[in-house]
Design a protein around this ligand. Sequence first.
Ligand SMILES: Cc1cc2nc3c(=O)[nH]c(=O)nc-3n(C[C@H](O)[C@H](O)[C@H](O)COP(=O)(O)OP(=O)(O)OC[C@H]3O[C@@H](n4cnc5c(N)ncnc54)[C@H](O)[C@@H]3O)c2cc1C
Length: 415
Amino acid sequence: MSRRAEWLIIGGGVHGTHIALRLLDAGIDRSSLRILDPHPRLLDRWRRCSATTGMTHLRSPAVHHLDTDPFALLRFAGPARHRPVELFSAPYDRPSLDLFNRHADALIGAHALHEAHTQGRARRVEIHRDTVNVQLEEGDDICCKHLVLALGVGDQPKRPAWSESLFSGPEPTVAHIFEDGFTLPETPPWRRVAVIGGGISAAQVALRLAADPCVFVTLISRHEPRPAQFDSDPGWLGPKFLRAFVAEHDLDRRRCLINGARHRGSIPPQLIRTLRRTIRSGALRWVQGGVETAYSSPHGVVLEGAATTPVEVDFVLLATGFEARRPGGALVDQLVADYQLPCASCGYPAIDTNLRWHPRIFVSGPLAELQLGPAARNIAGARHAAERITRVSRRRDPATPRRPPHVSFRPTTAA
Ligand SMILES: Cc1cc2nc3c(=O)[nH]c(=O)nc-3n(C[C@H](O)[C@H](O)[C@H](O)COP(=O)(O)OP(=O)(O)OC[C@H]3O[C@@H](n4cnc5c(N)ncnc54)[C@H](O)[C@@H]3O)c2cc1C
């Protein structure tokens, strides 16, 4: 079956959903908007990943959410003097996950955005003179005038090489916490669990498991806890750092700036304090060192590293984040190969200031990093992306660039 849409967004996560809401707010009719996502409902991956960690509050402040008005979430929470204290957490008024999700549900409901959702996965994109045709793995296709790629990195959880052998076999003894299809059971069937990773999600999952008196948790991290409130300095959300970033025309140097600005594997100070308290209480063991090999033993799995004594557990949970490579897999590889879409040498799109990769194709999230900087993947990045894309959508023909892209790039297609 073939469908038509003026705007098609591939990806119904935080980014795709927010961009859709902004397009509606800019006057695009819901009947001419489509969101393609393989999950049964919008934000499915966000809900699953955030629930798995056991996080109670977001890392980002209350002004970062899916509505257009930055203060909408605070209003949604009700008058300050009547709000239950747990709705926001200090510092920076970070909203509870439950409040954030209820607000997102209310927005989706109020705009009947679920009606714009087509469940499916894009397999191939063909660009024609006036349209873009997206073929779905399910066999249908959707023809649109403007395409937004809001794919996220969720399809590429990072599995360390040493863990591969544990994934094989009829009963794997390892899982990545963000892998599609993985849900951490309320009552884990394991007595001894190793959580691998040094960032916020590893700490949260370890604490979630440690709350169960029947589970003994070993958190294995390569480094000491690295304190940072946010995953990059808030200066990256505005002109303080972004001005110099966009003034840099060499995309390789922009990539270096992004890498240098990210607080990779960092944990907010308040969570480090909880972690330390739990370690002192004996409910959680923390081991510093890198795992190099893993093998099955008669009693479970043994993890070994040069700098650590072997650790034996029943199950290994990887909280090792996502692969650094360009997201989008074969779909984006095909687009680049067939239409010579420009890429920096890191493989990421070389886009114009309006996040346009091609007159009819916009990007958001990690794919927009070389314009939006290190916060591009976050909720704040979704807000920035949506602002720029909708600014263009207001033009009579959004496919016509007002001026040529102000970027210099080496036209290599290496991913
Ligand atoms: C546990 C966790 C907590 C976080 N907390 C915060 C926070 O507090 N504040 C903050 O700012 N950021 C936070 N982030 C970072 C970021 O905001 C989230 O990861 C956010 O969900 C990213 O949204 P997204 O839409 O880019 O990606 P996703 O949620 O992964 O959505 C992308 C969607 O695109 C779909 N897709 C991919 N390829 C295709 C295809 N070919 N066809 C159709 N659909 C496709 C995927 O299936 C997916 O549903 C957090 C991240 C995690 C993992």
